[in-house]
Design a binder for this molecule. Structure first.
Ligand SMILES: *Cc1c(COP(=O)(O)O)cnc(C)c1O
Length: 420
């Protein structure tokens, strides 16, 4: 069946035809048949250079041979045990060695679980209820963090079914704004358990922190006994060996991981300082559990992944990213457009607007219709980006110079459409 027919069929059995909302772009998404390296192939016979990369996990590209090898061996030895394995210790040691704030790790299944558990732990450790999150940040799909972005200081639920009793404890602040956070803490410091932040915002396009901003958050949280949580579900193992905390030189109290850590398989993790982590059951009484926690297949894939992510990997990815962003800027200039090219390391996005993007409000002023036209034009040419102005695009090790060249030529063509 072709994608269009599959989508019509899917809608009968899956809400909206998909299993996660962002996948359902109009008029219908392509259905994948297979993927390899930098390419994804659809059931209609097309191939695409992939910059979505499953929304972040695939830093080595699709179907990396070393991961396939490691996982195949594990499959023959069983897929779930419900008892501990030595490999869990090995992966935990890898995380602890790389990540500055990590003394201990709890493995789970998704980034959503990781942020939910981090917030519970922060509340238990401080005896306080409120958390601060930034407008436009995404920390997964659970009730504590599904708060309408940009709705002001009070937490209004983003979805029906989320009680206001829950989200009233979630306080919003604009990203990159020191004064707003200082004011919030001034008035509510005795109630705030944690600040949770994506050190590089990756769910509203791509917004790096202003110089000194993460340092500011570290200082003001430490002074007020507030726990600082870095949500590194995207940046973890992507922008440096030790993630954003190494890249920017700022060490939080807790960190959440997902995406890359499972080597392309489902995985999430919470890590942090020993005195906090030891509060987690069974060594402490803060409850966290999961049938598939530390799943041997995901753990094996994670080990195979991390083995390849050494410092030279990050040097290469940083220069590949720089080269692409520079190329995008040149193509924009050739087309007489002043759109903002955002990103760092292997993360990038073009904002369809002029001028800097420092927070949610700036991002939201972009021309989303223009972006959608650009997305579709690129898709026609065999380039797959995440289908939204407010997602981040990713590079993998598998993306070649030739891939980048083809991409820039297609972007040039696509921008001509958008300009009209
Ligand atoms: C993707 C993402 C999550 C949620 O992870 P899932 O594995 O999809 O539950 C949380 N935080 C950030 C920053 C993310 O990008």
């Amino acid at each position: 069946m072709i994608s269009e027919d599959l989508f019509n069929e899917a809608k009968k059995f899956l809400p909206g035809g998909v299993n996660s909302p962002v996948r359902a772009y109009k008029p219908y998404p392509f259905f994948a048949e297979r993927a390899e390296g930098s390419r994804i192939y659809d059931v209609d016979g097309n191939s695409y250079i992939d910059y979505c990369l499953a929304y972040g996990p695939l830093v080595l590209g699709h179907a990396d041979q070393s991961i396939i090898g490691a996982v195949s061996k594990q499959l023959e030895n069983g897929t779930a045990y419900g008892v501990p394995t030595e490999n869990e210790i090995k992966l935990a040691k890898q995380v602890v060695r790389r990540v500055p704030c990590a003394d201990m790790v709890r493995f789970m299944n998704s980034g959503t679980e990781a942020t939910m558990s981090a917030i519970r732990l922060a509340r238990a450790a401080t005896g306080r209820k409120k958390i601060v999150k930034f407008e436009g940040s995404y920390h997964g799909a659970h009730d504590y963090v599904l708060v309408k972005s940009g709705s002001g200081a009070a937490g209004l639920p983003d979805s029906p079914g989320v009680p206001e009793d829950t989200t009233k404890n979630t306080v919003l602040a604009p990203f990159n704004d020191e004064e707003a956070v200082a004011k919030l803490i001034e008035s509510e410091k005795d109630e705030i358990a944690a600040i949770i932040v994506e050190p590089v915002m990756g769910n509203i396009g791509c917004i790096p922190p202003k110089k000194g901003y993460l340092e500011f958050l570290r200082k003001i949280t430490a002074e007020n006994n507030i726990i600082l949580i870095f949500d590194e579900v995207i940046t973890g193992f992507r922008i440096a060996e030790g993630g954003a905390q190494e890249y920017f030189g700022v060490t939080p109290d807790l960190v959440t991981f997902g995406k890359i850590l499972g080597g392309g398989f489902p995985m999430g993790a919470l890590a942090g300082k020993r005195e906090l982590m030891e509060m987690i059951a069974p060594s402490g009484n803060v409850y966290q559990a999961g049938t598939f926690n530390g799943n041997p297949v995901s753990i094996k894939a994670g080990l195979a992944m991390l083995k390849q992510l050494d410092s030279s990997f990050y040097t290469t990815m940083n220069s590949k990213g720089q080269k692409l962003r520079k190329g995008l800027e040149d193509v924009l200039e050739n087309n007489g457009l002043n759109f903002h090219v955002a990103g760092l390391s292997s993360m990038f996005q073009i904002y369809f607007k002029e001028g800097d993007v420092l927070d949610y409000k700036d991002a939201k002023s972009a021309d989303t219709q223009g972006f959608t036209a650009y997305f579709h034009k690129l898709l026609e040419g065999g380039i797959f980006l995440p289908p939204s102005q407010f997602e981040c695009c990713f590079l993998s090790r598998a993306h070649s110079d030739e891939d980048l060249q083809i991409t820039l030529e297609n972007v040039d063509e696509a921008l001509k459409v958008v300009k009209k």
